[in-house]
Design a binder for this molecule. Structure first.
Ligand code: C2E
Ligand code: MG
Ligand code: MG
Ligand code: MG
Length: 279
């Protein structure tokens, strides 16, 4: 099974590193209890419309502050959660928390704000996933269009047939789909045509590479995406030059430290009230 396979892989990879295995297991034990102990929360990073400068969405990013281990970054605990079968519960926790927050923002009048939630491949592949999404939206009375689900290419091409079916059901509900980290996987432009998605999120490595390699690649992706009716969202926008270049290339939206780091919900709320536009 996947659980045992994960552990074997870890040992097979470097059997000498017993210390790593132990650290890994300790992480896992604490992670199992994180939600019950109230150690999880979501940070929200604004996504800005490059035309108007307005914050149009916020990406929910999972944060774990463990009583025993301190802050553990998602790049560390998400893979462990995936390997150890904990990602379903974590993902559901994040989905519900983000939709609850979307409700709160709507109640404050921010009805244009969409919330993006990251979905792991295993979570997406679960037979009940669409029902979970629908139930969470219904429970909080949030319209499906106020939710975007971020999926990586890897999650979708694993089983293209099943993915297409799930994506179509989600889109039939009215939920938006964003292809996350585009540029890091196989990134065949043909996937953009094959998969029913709404947004392409250009990975930050693409954005930073633009400085050295020039705009040709990003330009091509934007052109193909637009031709297919998709929007392009750039990740990892750190400088005014990135922003200006991306805007000149027709990129629709952008996200990155230039605009804001991932924020606590209250801080984003305050910012929405004071500075709805960031350009
Ligand atoms: P991601 O979905 O691609 O999220 C974007 C990551 O880029 C976030 O890292 C964010 O803090 C970071 N980032 C944003 N702007 C900039 C920038 O200008 N420069 C740089 N260098 N980085 C920037 P974070 O929060 O550490 O999350 C890392 C990854 O963990 C996420 O990548 C996502 O794959 C995963 N993740 C986070 N939350 C969840 C979740 O709830 N569920 C799942 N399945 N995965 C999650
Ligand atoms: Mg993401
Ligand atoms: Mg991303
Ligand atoms: Mg990324």
């Amino acid at each position: 099974d996947a659980k045992r396979h994960g552990r074997q892989q870890l040992r097979a990879y470097n059997p000498a590193r017993q210390a790593d295995v132990t650290a890994h297991q300790r992480l896992e034990t604490h992670l199992e209890r994180a939600a019950d102990r109230g150690e999880l929360h979501l940070a929200y990073q604004p996504i800005v419309d490059l035309g108007s400068g307005r914050i149009v969405a916020a990406e929910a990013l999972l944060r774990w502050t463990s009583a025993d281990l301190g802050r553990v970054p998602p790049t560390q605990f998400i893979p462990v959660a995936e390997e150890r079968g904990l990602i379903g519960d974590l993902g559901l926790w994040a989905l519900n928390a983000a939709i609850r927050q979307a409700r709160a923002w709507r109640d404050q009048g921010h009805t244009h704000l969409r919330v993006n939630v990251n979905v792991s491949p295993l979570q997406f592949g679960h037979g009940d996933f669409v029902q979970h999404v629908q139930r969470a939206l219904d429970q909080h009375g949030v319209p499906p269009a106020a939710l975007a689900l971020e999926l990586t290419e890897g999650a979708l091409i694993r089983d293209v047939h099943a993915s297409n079916d799930t994506l179509r059901r989600l889109r039939a509900l009215g939920v938006c789909i964003a292809l996350d980290d585009f540029g890091t996987g196989y990134s065949s432009l043909s996937y953009l045509q094959a998969l029913p998605v709404d947004d392409v999120k250009l990975d930050k490595s693409f954005v930073s590479a633009m400085t050295q390699s020039g705009p040709a690649l990003v330009e091509a992706i934007v052109r193909v995406a637009h031709h297919l009716g998709l929007s392009v969202v750039a990740e990892g926008v750190e400088t005014p030059t990135h922003r200006d270049d991306l805007r000149a290339l027709g990129t629709d939206r952008a996200q990155g430290f230039l605009f804001a780091r991932p924020l606590d919900a209250e801080d984003l709320t305050a910012r929405l009230a004071v500075t709805p536009a960031l350009l």
